[in-house]
Design a protein around this ligand. Sequence first.
Ligand SMILES: [Zn+2]
Length: 533
Amino acid sequence: MDTKENTQSVHWADITADKIIRERKQFLNDKKTKYVCASGITPSGTVHIGNFREIISVELVVRALRQKGADVRFIYSWDDYDVFRKVPKNMPKQEELEKYLRFPITMVPDPWGKESSYARAHEVELEGLLPQVGVYPEYLYQASNYQASRYAEGMRKALENKAVIKAILDEFRTTPLPEDWMPISMFCGKCHKDTTTVLSWDGEWGVTYRCDSCGCEETVDLRTTSIAKLPWRIDWPMRWGVEGVDFEPAGKDHHSEGGSFSTAKGIARKVYNHEPPVTFQYDFLSIKGRGGKISSSSGEVISLRDVLEIYQPEIVRYMFASTRPNTEFAISFDLDVLKIYEDYDKCERIYFGVEKVNDKKAEKEKRIYELSQVGDVPAVMPYQIPLRHLCNLLQIHNGNIDEVMSLLDIKDESQVPRLRNRAECAWRWITTFAPEDFRFALKTPGEELAAIDDTAKTVLQQVSAVIENLDKYDEKSLAEELYAVAEKAGMDSKDMFTLFYNVLIGKEKGPRLAGFIKTCGKEKVLPILKAYF
Ligand SMILES: [Zn+2]
């Protein structure tokens, strides 16, 4: 493998990969070629797009590391041995779910009745979507690992080092943990709730607890029990050690002063004999243009599936690849959707050298384009159709995607799926989120006519004559012709636009008129105009 750092790195994923290689060689072993990159969350509700930011950030770094010749294991931990603390508002069967509060989420039933548990239902949803955006981690399931006593040693170590751990945690607490605090927690073996108090540890593998809900008291052996686990702040560094994690980013909350990352670093070094992984902080995401905030506690939760309804997979990747992880940004569902698509198309043109920018910018844009691809980079530049134009075409053809696809001059069949996906996203956007003044439907001949005066009728008649020979005009010359007709008839050009939008789509405004007429074609426009004279 390439042992030299690539000094040319311009993208944050490559810069992070360089840092991982440099620091882990320095701290661990300068012959190191294998790296473990980790990500993970608790499937306590719908996995939202903010959670996806962590996964995609790791995946981009994994790609960068692999391109530098590293052998990378990309793990994704489902922290599914966590407690079911509250019923998210967007879940069905609220009352039924409430009965399982304080249970491990793997013992809460799937409210949709399909999967083995509540946790599994959320896991399956994300695991099914990630391949669509080119993300293929190795999944680890914490409930299974704990239940199989895979972490018995780690739990015993925590108990042996109780004083060390308590000192690290207390450093950031205003009130120190009580003297009888134990670095381990239990789900009750009888009623399954986490409403337990750990009473004692026998100095080896035996731990005694009492359940405050059902009153049961028992002693379990850490090597065989399935009900013991470590609290999050200890569980995290313990797993870094078990899996040998070299890189794991975390959200702002974990990276704050006294947050779980800072305490995990100390515990990893002092208790688990593991040099903490290289990390970075990723920022929150906001959602624009559909209302609601992304948080598991509010009703509406925007998931990766929701974003893929509006954005092509490579554009989803593009949004994350083109933004530094520590920058907050918004996923837009409003008019900015058009701009994001335009930015991506421009990035693509720069990659293929069709649009020129300075060398530094080109280098960066090219790398962003590569990292945005779900699979391999296309061999030739894909056929581009701006989203705005595609939206107009779709509206002119009442959302008939087949009809619109047949109008496009696609030379390479392999590009059809991508374009069809773009058309599907565009149509969903128009019909769901596009602002009202962006939407239109072409009038059909026979519909009730707009009330217009004689001057207007003359203008329609003369413009119709021009449109009879529409092929002879391009957008610019057609626009000039429209102005000329209006001037001759003594009509203000502003009034002329209003007239045409009114007659064609029943609105005051619409897409740029000459281009719009060209896009509609004379077969669609002439019958509408001719109904007036
Ligand atoms: Zn109990």
